[in-house]
Design a protein around this ligand. Structure first.
Ligand SMILES: Nc1ncnc2c1ncn2[C@@H]1O[C@H](COP(=O)(O)OP(=O)(O)OP(=O)(O)O)[C@@H](O)[C@H]1O
Length: 359
């Protein structure tokens, strides 16, 4: 399988300050990746290095197997055949929708150009609207046109820098899903930058979680949620709380809620104190249980309630339950464990080192 985009220990800096350290991952043809992380973690810097706008100070970047960046040498952006989509669409206001899409293929023959524009208009669900001007369209329509324009020359890789962050929150996920299916339709290899995990989950096949210029995990959305490789990933992705526990053996951890079964890393001996990650879907109300939590807060989500519960020790956990369990604030509710993945970390006071999680 050809690796369309490959980063091999890439570091990027400004002047003498390195802001992105040792990043390695690869995208096969047609795969959509994402750089996800908080503000200032280096996402845009890395995307700009892939596009060729920033030189790198360590490692190598390869496009379709060809080296395009290494320290002291890099191919300019216009030679890389990389498409870019930006947050502000950057459409040309004086050009029609069709002319915007045709911009990157203006050197092709008129019949080829027309055919490609019609094909893309159809793909973005705007067939017959090629003559209108961008300002008459919604933000979502304008962003789909920006994507079509970037796709027109069939780039090796399409890079998208926070393309949905100008949209209303309710529209973002839907648009991310729509654009994903447009890219998948043409088998485009792409890389998205975002700080919004819902967008990342809706859009990407593989996600790199970055913090402070370092990549902590390169994985599927499912694994980032259920098998976080570092405490930061566990905190940043999804909701969850930490429950103190004690290792009993290589497959059991004892907690206040009962014994949790999973794979415990080999170096954790019996008696090791650990922090157990508890997701809202790891706990359920159960009338037959003898362990209780007091309802401190509840949020109605239609099909479900999200309860914040205080256990007897004072530890708080979150419980996502079907909405027919309608408990009152202050009520004590019986709970059972519904763990499918055991994720444990060394106690905070021993530093941020992650125990390889068991699951
Ligand atoms: N042109 C520049 N010169 C010097 N430092 C820069 C420059 N651009 C970014 N930085 C620094 O590099 C680090 C990473 O910035 P970058 O913009 O890549 O982060 P980001 O994750 O994309 O953040 P955001 O989500 O806020 O856009 C930050 O500390 C930032 O201050």
């Amino acid at each position: 399988m050809i690796k369309h985009l490959e980063l091999d220990k890439v570091s990027v800096g400004y002047d003498s300050t390195v802001v992105v350290h040792d990043i390695s991952f690869a995208l096969n043809a047609g795969v959509i990746g994402c750089l996800l992380g908080p503000s200032g973690c280096g996402k845009t810097t890395l995307l700009r290095a892939i596009a060729g706008f920033e030189p790198i100070c360590g490692g190598r970047i390869l496009l379709e197997g060809h080296e395009v960046s290494r320290p002291g040498r890099h191919q300019p952006p216009e030679k890389r055949q990389v498409g870019m989509v930006f947050q502000d669409f950057a459409l040309f206001p004086h050009l029609s929708v069709a002319e915007n899409i045709a911009f990157g293929i203006r050197h092709q023959s008129a019949p080829r150009r027309r055919a490609r524009v019609q094909e893309l208009l159809k793909m973005i669900d705007m067939a017959g609207r090629g003559d209108v001007y961008p300002h008459t369209l919604s933000g979502g329509q304008q962003q789909r046109i920006a994507v079509a324009r970037a796709m027109a020359p069939r780039p090796r890789v399409l890079l998208l820098d926070e393309p949905f962050s100008n949209m209303d929150v309710e529209l973002r996920e839907g648009l991310a899903r729509e654009v994903r299916s447009i890219l998948k339709n043409e088998d485009i290899t792409a890389m998205l930058v975002t700080h919004d995990q819902n967008e990342a989950f809706a859009f990407a096949d593989r996600i790199a979680v970055l913090n402070d210029g370092r990549m902590l995990q390169w994985d599927t959305a499912y694994n980032l949620y259920h098998k976080p490789a570092a405490r930061f990933v566990a905190d940043f992705i999804g909701q969850g709380r930490i429950l103190p526990g004690t290792v009993l053996n290589d497959h059991e951890v004892e907690t206040e809620l009962g014994i949790i079964i999973g794979r415990v890393p080999g170096h954790c001996e019996r008696g090791t104190p650990v922090d157990v990650l508890v997701r809202p879907d790891d706990i359920l109300p159960d009338d037959n249980s003898t362990v209780y939590g007091e309802v401190l807060d509840k949020a109605f989500r239609g099909a479900s309630f999200l309860y914040t519960l205080r256990l007897a020790s004072g530890t708080q956990v979150i419980c996502l339950s079907p909405s027919h369990y309608n408990f009152a604030l202050g009520e004590r509710i019986p709970l059972k464990l519904a763990f499918t993945h055991l994720v444990i970390f060394e106690k905070r006071h021993s530093g941020e080192k992650t125990l390889k999680m068991g699951f």
